[in-house]
Design a protein around this ligand. Sequence first.
Ligand code: F6P
Length: 367
Amino acid sequence: MSIRRIAINTGGGDAPGLNAVIRACTLAAINRGWECYGLRDGFNGVFFPERYEDGGLMRLTRDRVRGIAHLGGTMLGTTNKGNPLSFPLHLPDGTTKEIDRSGEIVEFFAKKHLDALISIGGDGSLTIAHALGKLGLKVIGVPKTIDNDLDKTFTTFGFDTAVSFATECLDRLHTTAESHQRLIVVEMMGRYAGWIALHSGIAGGAHAILLPEIPFDLDKVAEKIRQRDEYGRGYSLVVVAEGARVIDGQHAVLAQAEAGQAERLGGIGELVSRALSAKTGKEARTVVLGHLVRGGSPTSFDRLAALRFGAAAVRALEEGMTDVMVSLAHPNVQYVPLEQVAGRMKAVPLECDTIATGRDIGVCFGD
Ligand code: F6P
């Protein structure tokens, strides 16, 4: 079956570079004589078409995607609610049941004469894409997440922007921490992987970096802070990944998981800050970078990766591929089966040279 009409969607948390992927997909499709559409707000365009003037399906034209590659966010909208594989159905008795609505997406594509889906997302969205592929829909995945926790790609787009911004924040925090001789604890996003915390922490000169991959002992971190005080440094910067936890401890959770949604992590920064202040006697402050690291314009690296991913996704469809993810592998993009990506998290390998570098230059990992 030759391709004539395709749709794109963006799912899960937004990441800088989404609009660049949308632009590249759209232009690459139009340049092949195809029509290109965008599903609104994840799959809400399919499930709630009445909410949208365009019936949940936005026609993407050259005009619509002009001048968007450098803009953060996603012009199509996104959501991390309403996972089609475990969609929350509210019953009259007040309880909620999870149902699989993926078949409705395949029917929607048939009804709208759409030949393929390019799904831009993280682990959750790519798991859904793989399930749709198994139902016979032509799907190509594009790896998006600031967390960089997707397997089988050198990096995801959005990660470089998050790390660059977080590094700049650390640069700024050095000067105020040093002026006041304080301890500043900086909590970073990243879910259960420590990529953002590790890369920005090393680049930004953090004195201790606490990662989900290395459960920590606060006494070791307090010792590092005391040593710095003894050497006359007087201030310390501690980076804590939101998914980090003390040895034998639990993750800090802001909100429990609801139907089809993940739990919301957060709060470990303040816990660490208070505990270290108590152990060292130092005045401490906590900074939660939160959503600041995923807002704003993509770096040139992310912009280029996103444009390359978008164009490569369209080439994959032209070449008859399906159920694959576009992946960055120097020097070219490659394609990997979605099966090898869905449901697999890429944690920071303990033996990676970035951690070794940190240890060589005296960073404390709390182990
Ligand atoms: O996956 C990206 C991410 O920003 C994580 O780092 C963070 O835990 C999560 O999304 C927050 O999501 P939200 O606040 O949009 O629910």
